[in-house]
Design a protein around this ligand. Structure first.
Ligand code: UDP
Ligand code: MG
Length: 200
């Protein structure tokens, strides 16, 4: 009786295991994932949310002041993963879409003029809670209120030249990433530091 119970349990656990592995089977057009890659994808998307993405941009003043390298380094050292990066001269169309919710603000035209005055470096960073953490790393909109240790708190003085942009919610991040990047410009890659960054 006991042996039959054990066999039943073994059978059930085998079914479950096979079922879970089948759940990870990639669609036929993509290359077969290794078990480790499949497990990482499962954890990323479902459990730990380590595939959350945000748009970060070094604004024209930040580029002119050669802050790009230091800003990238902060995000890298924090443990986030770079999945998109380019230097662009933003068009009025992209900027008016990017700042559409501010179009009635008195500073709107000055903002668009300043943002189109030179190249910006746009990036997509990925990681757990990256939207929320990036906003903390960037600091308050007005550098006078931004804490030391934040980008704006360390390197900026005036609200009109605050060096950096970061998406303010996951939903906004998705829209901003698709506005600034074509999906083919984003690179999905497996970081060898994942195991030292997350409990996976
Ligand atoms: N801005 C400005 N004057 C203001 C408020 C905002 O020039 O009084 C600019 C500033 O560059 C800011 C951007 O408009 O970063 C977008 O404003 P938002 O409120 O979205 O601030 P952020 O999300 O960048 O902190
Ligand atoms: Mg904003």
């Amino acid at each position: 009786m006991r042996a039959r119970g054990v066999m039943l349990l073994r059978g059930l656990s085998r079914c479950l295991t096979v079922g879970i592995i089948r759940g990870f089977t990639p669609p036929p057009e993509t290359p077969r994932l290794s078990w480790a890659a499949a497990r990482l994808r499962f954890h990323s998307a479902g459990v730990f949310g380590i595939r959350e993405q945000t748009l970060v941009a070094v604004k024209p003043d930040g580029v002119q002041r050669r802050l790009v390298g230091e800003i990238i380094q902060r995000f890298e050292k924090r443990g986030f993963q770079l999945v998109g990066l380019k230097l662009v001269q933003p068009t009025q169309d992209v900027l008016s879409e990017h700042y559409h919710d501010l179009h009635e603000k008195p500073f709107y035209s000055a903002l668009i003029q300043y943002m189109s005055s030179g190249p910006v470096v746009v990036m997509v960073w990925e990681g757990c809670d990256v939207v929320r953490v990036s906003r903390m790393m960037v600091g308050d909109t007005n550098p006078a209120d931004a804490r030391p240790g934040t980008v704006r708190g360390d390197w900026c003085v005036h609200i009109s030249r605050n060096a950096i942009h970061a998406s303010d919610s996951v939903e906004v991040a998705k829209k901003e990433i698709s506005l600034w990047f074509h999906s083919s410009e984003l690179v999905e890659w497996e970081s060898c530091t994942h195991k030292n960054t997350y409990n996976i």
